[in-house]
Design a binder for this molecule. Structure first.
Ligand code: DGT
Length: 229
């Protein structure tokens, strides 16, 4: 894949039927993924799929996100299991758009969040083995083709300050140490490539204020949504 070339859209779609050019937006909690998606939602040939947080906060009347943060020992596996279903739905959702931008992915759910919960002792060995087996099956059998990964790289301290400012009820007690764990695992995956990385990674400095980040995004726009203006 060569995101700099103008005909990358047709190159990458060759042999993939009608599959859109697929971009994942990755980064810690509070890194600015929502603003990134909001910017690209203005383009008519681009479909943006925001992370289904609202579904997680109200699934048949249960706030799964709150349960996970309140009692992670008890609810981490339950939460990851629903995250997995909703993320899988985004990966396989057909789209008539030329470019599909997905907030987060099954990859970060597995390599960053599940691993963090395991490392912190919130998931035991049996739970981790079962969910890992599901991921192995999904990655092996289903077409989760990705063309580009955007990494909104943020320091955990800055992410923490933003989370406190936006004060989502469920998140008001996330310790810095949890964010540090999620950050380290993003770094191991996307920078050190210790886990499989399914596409080229474009890293953006998301420590900057939103205006400066938007300028950087606009500079890379042709790589992110090739062939679309
Ligand atoms: P942004 O716009 O970069 O600030 O993104 P957020 O914070 O709106 O969205 P995000 O993806 O960081 O996640 C929303 C909440 O869901 C946050 O509390 C972290 C949590 N979350 C997202 N994916 C997972 C996951 O796979 N596992 C766990 N345990 N939590 C997750």
């Amino acid at each position: 894949m060569s995101p700099n070339s103008n005909n990358v859209l047709s190159d990458s779609q060759e042999g993939r039927g009608d599959k859109p050019y697929t971009v994942l937006v990755e980064g810690n909690i509070g890194s600015g993924k929502t603003s990134f998606l909001n910017y690209f939602s203005q383009f008519k040939d681009v479909e943006t799929l925001a992370e289904p947080v609202d579904k997680w906060r109200n699934f048949k009347g249960f706030n799964l996100l709150e349960l996970m943060y309140q009692d992670p020992h008890k609810y981490s596996l339950m939460f990851q299991s629903y995250v997995q279903l909703t993320m899988l739905d985004h990966h396989v959702k057909p789209s008539s758009a030329k470019v599909k931008i997905i907030e987060r992915s099954l990859y970060s759910a597995r390599y960053c969040f599940v691993e963090n919960l395991r490392q912190k002792g919130y998931m035991d060995g049996a739970e981790h083995a079962v969910i890992s087996e599901w991921y192995d099956w999904i990655f092996d059998k289903l077409d989760l083709t990705v063309d580009l990964i955007i990494y909104l790289r943020t320091s955990p301290v800055i992410a923490s300050a933003r989370i406190q400012r936006r004060s989502r009820n469920e998140e008001n007690k996330i310790p810095l140490e949890y964010l540090q764990g999620v950050h380290n695992l993003h770094e191991e995956w996307l920078i050190k490539k210790k886990c499989p990385v399914p596409a080229k990674v474009l890293e953006l400095d998301a420590n900057q204020d939103p205006e400066a980040l938007l300028k950087d995004i606009k500079k890379c726009q042709d790589q992110i949504i090739p062939g679309i203006s």
